[in-house]
Design a protein around this ligand. Structure first.
Ligand SMILES: [Zn+2]
Length: 174
């Protein structure tokens, strides 16, 4: 048994982690719950819990599938690996700036991956994270939340928007 296991409950509740991708400060959960590159285990778990209802319906409903894809792209655009292709940010550009349906943008996967810039500096902070999304879920519909989250995340990427637009247009026309 580790020290953490025997610590009083209050101390246990205070154990938090800062997500390396989006900066969300969340109660620590075991890594065994699953991992997403560039994200803390708690952040990834919270995202999965938040979109669980969409996952259940996506197979039967195209609109839900598109919303789930938009949520995934937004999440991924906040959790890029340093030096990796900014493919999710390019997909977000296609969706929020170039008017592409998220499923159509996802279908361009290989072309987006090829065109995506690799050395972009991600925003230093994010207007909205999955923690905000989860906190507002009781009072606002998930579709409205995901849409606002996607818009805010695309706006956060503004300094890199010219490069992302170039990559998006290359993926559309190549
Ligand atoms: Zn995160």
């Amino acid at each position: 048994m580790t020290t953490a296991d025997t610590a009083p409950e209050t101390a246990d509740q205070l154990r938090t982690t800062v997500c390396p991708g989006c900066g969300a400060v969340l109660v620590a959960t075991p890594d065994a719950d699953g991992q997403h590159p560039g994200a803390s285990a708690s952040c990834w778990r919270l995202f999965q819990v938040t979109v669980r209802g969409l996952r259940d319906e996506a197979a039967q409903d195209l609109q839900t599938a598109a919303l789930l894809q938009l949520a995934r792209d937004t999440y991924d655009a906040q959790h890029l690996l340093p030096g990796g292709p900014a493919a999710a940010a390019v997909r977000l550009c296609l969706e929020r700036d170039r008017g592409q349906d998220p499923l159509a943008a996802a279908a361009l996967a290989a072309r987006v991956e090829d065109a995506a810039p690799r050395s972009l500096q991600p925003p230093a902070r994010w207007t909205t994270t999955v923690a905000d999304l989860a906190a507002d879920l009781d009072v606002v519909d998930l579709p409205a939340l995901v849409s606002a989250w996607a818009d805010a995340t695309w706006a956060d990427w503004a300094p890199a928007a010219p490069e992302l637009r170039r990559a998006a247009d290359t993926a559309l026309t190549s």
